[in-house]
Design a protein around this ligand. Structure first.
Ligand code: GLA
Length: 348
């Protein structure tokens, strides 16, 4: 019996920078997706407790994008990417909200990669280089499954996630640094009420536009701010300004955490939200409203949209005593999350 789990992630700061070779600071969280299965045969047969349906995929997997139901595409693409030879029979369960911007799809990719790898006799990644390799395979699978040109942040933050730490990733070198979260920092994730999907969103367009700006001023994370401000096209100028300034904020945020300066860290999160709203234009009125409400709540140091935007969740940094659950009774739209190890593989 194989039990393979992969966490979701929340990005503390550094959005829309990964695919431009910039800095990000995400953390794997204590909400996860688990594949529980027995290995054998030449089909992947898994039921989903979330969707009450199931997939049956013949190996070797081809045409992942044509698999139905759609969640099976991620698994088929991972199987194709890894060249999986041994089938699985079991179930997928999850404590992660789906489509909320907490990387439920990356968690499914990584959990199924671990399970398929184990079925073929491969161990879980044992060091950083192997974690990077696994993350890259899952990123390629995501591209094949849904055609969204996403960066490496989600998969890598899960594969490298360590308990008690956020991971500072330089996405140009894939150099990782584990940053300990101070004990006085509580992290909350609050749903804006509108779910989001990157398929069909303006994500790919944002990436293309940022790449056009980089052709004019050089790699955006280190581009000369004067050259950015001199860009003639105001849209290119704003997009480039966001990427450039966001990378600086990530570095400053990591320093603020190391110095246990949560007031400074919170202020940087607020600046990040403003930049994502005004320069990158990926926020929504409900995300903006939620951030405003949180900033008026006692004990909150800072808040920002997290992930791609266009809906989904806000992340807030707060004092441990603060309660950021929405007041509506029974609302299940806020999670206090802890930095967790990103992957678990258990064989019995
Ligand atoms: C999505 C993508 C990531 C990253 C974020 C924005 O989560 O999958 O690669 O680009 O959006 O920071």
């Amino acid at each position: 019996m194989i039990t393979a789990s992969a966490a979701g992630r929340v990005n503390l700061i550094g959005d829309h920078t990964d695919y431009m070779g910039g800095l990000v600071l995400p953390m794997a969280i204590d909400l996860a997706t688990t594949v529980t299965a027995v290995a054998g045969g030449d089909r992947i047969e898994l039921s989903s407790a979330m969707d009450h349906d199931s997939i049956s995929i013949a190996l070797p997997a081809d045409d992942p994008a044509g698999v139905s139901p759609p969640w099976g595409r991620y698994i088929a693409a991972v199987a194709a990417e890894l060249g999986a030879r041994t089938g699985l029979r079991g179930a997928v369960t999850s404590t992660l909200p789906i489509g909320a911007g907490l990387s439920s799809s990356a968690a499914l990719e990584v959990a199924s990669a671990l399970a398929l790898g184990a079925a073929d006799g491969n161990p879980a990644p044992g060091n950083t280089a192997e974690a990077v390799e696994l993350a890259r395979s899952c990123q390629r699978a995501e591209h094949a499954a849904v055609g969204v040109p996403s960066g490496i942040m989600d998969q890598l933050s899960i594969c490298a996630g360590r308990e008690g730490h956020a991971t500072l990733i330089d996405c140009s070198s894939l150099h990782l640094e584990q940053i300990e979260l101070p004990p006085g920092a509580a992290i909350w994730v609050i749903h804006s009420g509108s779910s989001r999907t990157l398929v069909g969103s303006a994500y790919a367009e944002r990436r293309r536009t940022a790449e056009r700006a980089a052709e004019l001023v050089g790699p955006l994370p280190g581009a000369d701010p004067d050259r950015i401000e001199a860009l003639e096209d105001p849209v290119l100028r704003r997009r480039a300004r966001h990427v450039r300034s966001e990378c600086d904020r990530v570095r400053q945020f990591a320093d603020a955490l190391a110095a246990d300066d949560l007031v400074a860290a919170g202020a940087l999160m607020c600046q990040s939200h403003t930049s994502l709203r005004d320069d990158y234009e990926v926020s929504t009125p409900s995300l903006d409203q939620l951030v405003r409400e949180l900033l008026a709540t006692p004990g909150v140091f800072g808040a920002r949209l997290t992930g791609a935007g266009f809906g989904g969740c806000v992340v807030a940094l707060a004092e441990p005593g603060a309660d950021l659950r929405p007041s509506a009774p029974g609302a299940d739209t806020a999670w206090r999350v802890s930095p967790a190890r990103g992957t678990h593989l258990h064989l019995s």
